[in-house]
Design a protein. Structure first.
Length: 96
């Protein structure tokens, strides 16, 4: 069984599905952070230097192993040439 099959089978369990769905926003944020950095052509080390921190802190942020402040997210985005923007839930639903 490969990972895709395992995931599909696991998500058939309603409790697993509920927990998985609850983490979707976190997964999306992590994906957006990594996408910003890679589109900017930066390594974790590059971003760390721009932010005056260690690569391990950037790694933890990108793995969802930290609870970043708004300031940290803004600094990370700016270091990659992006900005953080919040949208209302209604805007998100309208685009779906």
């Amino acid at each position: 069984m490969n990972f895709k099959q395992f995931k599909q089978q696991a998500l058939e369990n309603s409790e697993v599905r509920q927990e998985y769905d609850a983490l979707q926003e976190e997964f999306s944020l992590i994906d957006q952070l990594i996408t910003m950095r890679t589109k900017a052509g930066l390594t974790q080390e590059d971003v760390a230097k721009k932010l005056g921190t260690n690569k391990s802190n950037i790694s933890r942020l990108e793995r969802g192993r930290s609870n970043p402040s708004w300031e940290t997210l803004n600094k990370y985005a700016a270091a990659c040439g992006f900005r953080v923007k919040l949208e209302t839930i209604e805007e998100d639903r309208a685009s779906a």
